[in-house]
Write a protein that binds this ligand. Structure first.
Ligand code: NAD
Length: 253
C-alpha cells in the first residue's frame, strides 16, 4: 500500500485560521487537497486568498467566538452543510495572558482555560459524535505547546491549559482510537506570530530564546504545515495520542 499524504475529498475545520499558525495549517491542508472551513471571530479574507492561491481545496469562512460553547454545534453543522462531511478538526485557536503568578487574576485564568481547553473539548466531542454516528474515520489535531512539557514563567493559565491539552489528547486517543478517530497534538516551538510578539520585542527574552533553539531561528508558520498534513493524512492512521514537537530542536537541548 502506497503511503498517502493526499487529502483530496476530505473536509477540514481549522479554528483561529485568520492568522499565524492556523492560517499556515489551513493553507497546508488545502494544498494537500482538503476543503477547509476557516473558523474564527475575525475576517478570514487573507486566509481565503492564500487558500485560493495554494490551488488545492476550497475554503468556507465560519464566524465564531470560541470563548463560549455557543458556536460549537453550528461550526460542525455549517461545515457538514457545505461539503457533506467533516473529517479533520484542527483545534488551533488559543490565547495567552502574561502576569506574575502572584498577581494573576481569575479573569485571566478563566479566559485562557475557556478558549484553550473547554471549547476544544466540546468541539472535539461534537466532531466525534457526527463521525461515530456515521461510522466514519476522522482526525483531530490539537495545537499544544512547549508548555505542554515545560513550566514557563508568567503564563500560569496558558501552561495549565496546554499541559491539560496534552492529557486530553491522550485520553481522547484512548477512547476514540478504536472508533477510527486519531487524536494527536502538535507542540509548536517558538514561532513568529502575534502570540509571541511580546517575547520577540523584549531584547533579553528574544536573545535567550534564540540562543536555545538549535535550528537558530524562530519558526516561520509555514514550517508547521508538514506536521499538520501528516497527522491529517492516511500516512498517520496508526498514530494515536502523540504530542509532536515542531520546535527547531528546543526540547532536545
Ligand atoms: P495568534 O494569536 O496569531 O492566533 C491565535 C488565533 O486564535 C487567532 O486566529 C485568533 O483569532 C484565534 N482566537 C483566539 N481567541 C478566539 C476566540 N475567542 N474565538 C475564535 N478564535 C479565537 O497566535 P498563533 O501563534 O498563531 O497561535 C495559534 C495556536 O498556536 C494557539 O493555540 C497558540 O497557543 C499555539 N502556539 C503558538 C506558538 C507560537 O510560538 N506562536 C507556540 C506554541 C503554541
Amino acid at each position: 500500500m502506497a503511503v498517502s499524504f493526499d487529502l483530496t475529498g476530505k473536509t477540514a475545520i481549522v479554528t483561529g485560521a485568520n492568522t499565524g499558525l492556523g492560517q499556515a495549517i489551513a493553507v497546508a491542508l488545502a494544498g494537500a487537497g482538503a476543503d477547509v472551513a476557516l473558523v474564527g471571530r475575525s475576517s478570514m479574507a487573507d486566509t481565503e486568498a492564500a487558500v485560493a492561491k495554494a490551488g488545492g481545496g476550497r475554503s468556507l469562512s465560519i464566524q465564531a467566538d470560541l470563548s463560549t460553547l455557543e458556536p460549537v454545534e453550528r461550526v460542525i453543522s455549517e461545515t457538514v452543510d457545505w461539503t457533506g462531511r467533516a473529517d479533520i478538526l484542527v483545534n488551533n485557536a488559543g490565547i495567552i495572558r502574561r502576569a506574575d503568578a502572584i498577581d494573576f487574576t481569575e479573569a485571566d485564568w478563566d479566559a485562557v482555560m475557556d478558549v484553550n481547553l473547554k471549547t476544544v473539548f466540546f468541539l472535539s466531542q461534537a466532531f466525534a459524535r457526527q463521525l461515530i454516528g456515521k461510522g466514519e474515520r476522522g482526525k483531530i489535531i490539537n495545537i499544544a505547546s512547549l508548555l505542554s512539557f515545560q513550566g514557563g514563567i508568567r503564563i500560569p493559565s496558558y501552561t495549565a491549559s496546554k499541559s491539560g491539552l496534552a492529557g486530553l489528547t491522550r485520553l481522547l486517543a484512548c477512547e476514540w482510537a478504536g472508533k477510527g478517530i486519531n487524536v494527536n497534538a502538535i507542540a509548536p516551538g517558538y514561532f513568529s506570530t502575534n502570540n509571541t510578539e511580546a517575547l520577540r520585542n523584549d531584547p533579553d527574552r528574544n536573545a535567550a530564546i534564540l540562543g536555545r533553539i538549535p535550528a537558530g531561528h524562530w519558526g516561520e508558520p509555514e514550517e508547521l504545515g508538514g506536521a499538520a498534513v501528516f497527522l491529517a493524512a492516511p500516512a498517520s492512521d496508526y498514530v494515536h495520542g502523540i504530542v509532536l514537537p515542531v520546535d527547531g530542536g528546543w526540547l532536545a537541548r
